[in-house]
Ligand binder design. Sequence first.
Ligand SMILES: Cc1cc2nc3c(=O)[nH]c(=O)nc-3n(C[C@H](O)[C@H](O)[C@H](O)COP(=O)(O)OP(=O)(O)OC[C@H]3O[C@@H](n4cnc5c(N)ncnc54)[C@H](O)[C@@H]3O)c2cc1C
Length: 413
Amino acid sequence: MCCIAGGGPAGLMLGYLLARAGIGVLVLEKHADFLRDFRGDTVHPSTLETMHEVGILEELLQQPHQRVAKVRGRIGETAMVLNDMTRLSTRCKFMALMPQWNFLNFLAEKARRYPTFGLKMQTEVKDLIEEQDRIVGVRADGPGGHIEVRADLVVAADGRSSVLRERAGLIADEIGAPGDVLWMRLSKRNDDPEFFVYANHGKVLVLLDRGEYWQCGITIAKGSATEIQAKGIGGLHGGILENAPFLRDRVAEIRDWNDVKLLTVMVDRLRRWYRPGLLCIGDAAHAMHPIGGVGVNLAIQDAVAAANMIAGPLANGTLCTNHLAKIQRRREFPTKLTQKVQAMMRRQIAGGADDSGARIVPWPMRLLESTSLPRRMRTRFMSLGIRPEHVKTPDVWKGKSTRDSLSAVLETD
Ligand SMILES: Cc1cc2nc3c(=O)[nH]c(=O)nc-3n(C[C@H](O)[C@H](O)[C@H](O)COP(=O)(O)OP(=O)(O)OC[C@H]3O[C@@H](n4cnc5c(N)ncnc54)[C@H](O)[C@@H]3O)c2cc1C
């Protein structure tokens, strides 16, 4: 049996895949629901491809969402396409903007179809149970009081402030995050420009199309939120308008700081993602910078890689620490490289100011624009990620495959 702490994208996807493969799995989620405003709403082509591989893509796309095939930006005064997904070789040549609660509710509902899947909401994991240097379960508080869950494997998918990784004594290296992000919403009009990313006057403004409104994120200097707040909401309005003057007629919809949510950006990575009996995945193993909106997608890729590696050994009782080490080896490289590329993109998008303080397009960005190969590489990076994973675990409930077939699941390295 596998016990997963955290019902975010990583935990629910892993839970779904294991239950689909006939493994007993219990997901413990501390919140009562999946309602999260201003959370990762970008479902990239790589995640949509995974949904296709498990046969639930069409149903997922029946959930409310917007499709973005080209991510457009205005860097300084220059308009450009930052990510053109129209030529991808994947089934979906677009990214879906879907509220995370719809996505997570959908995954949970699909997982619940399988008899070996369990999900306990309002259940907060507090500690690990350790015996002879091995993690053998967790302690948690739920609506009915304190519980203890014993498991062959505990997975920490409890996000970037992971309690479990801290309890396990795993060490994270801070990669550094120079800024924070303020999130808010503004109404959307039919004749609004379709730019997605604006970079000007030292700030980056992201506008995510949520149908009737824009979900807006604006970068600020690290730790400067209190100082900005002290200057009053007018300063924030000004920062938005410097980048997107067309919002002048409605910027006052952001009335006060209650309409604004601060995301403290963290970028880190665990040195070791596992201990005997414990594996960390998703943000619990590596918090990502929001640039490119790849956090959800990396979490899903971790879950797929983990399921591919552990489903067979969990089914036949041969799971050992070596399997967990293999998962880290497989996913560490894409994570490291993604964090490096994110840092490079951050510097390029925010870099280069002319005398008026307006941003000009830095030369590497212009180079990327002018040659099709780097542009293709950038599209692959942002849409599919590095080393996209493919689902190798069977759906044992379909009747064709049996539990025994799990031992034949290919282990990839
Ligand atoms: C404001 C904001 C905006 C973002 N925007 C984007 C975006 O547009 N695109 C994108 O791809 N990424 C975005 N991200 C990042 C993205 O949300 C994360 O990278 C992604 O959700 C990671 O998935 P996860 O499952 O690893 O962790 P999380 O999504 O953090 O899920 C962890 C889950 O564990 C639960 N939990 C925590 N502690 C416990 C505990 N002790 N016991 C039980 N449950 C627990 C939490 O309630 C949560 O449900 C954003 C993040 C933030 C904060």
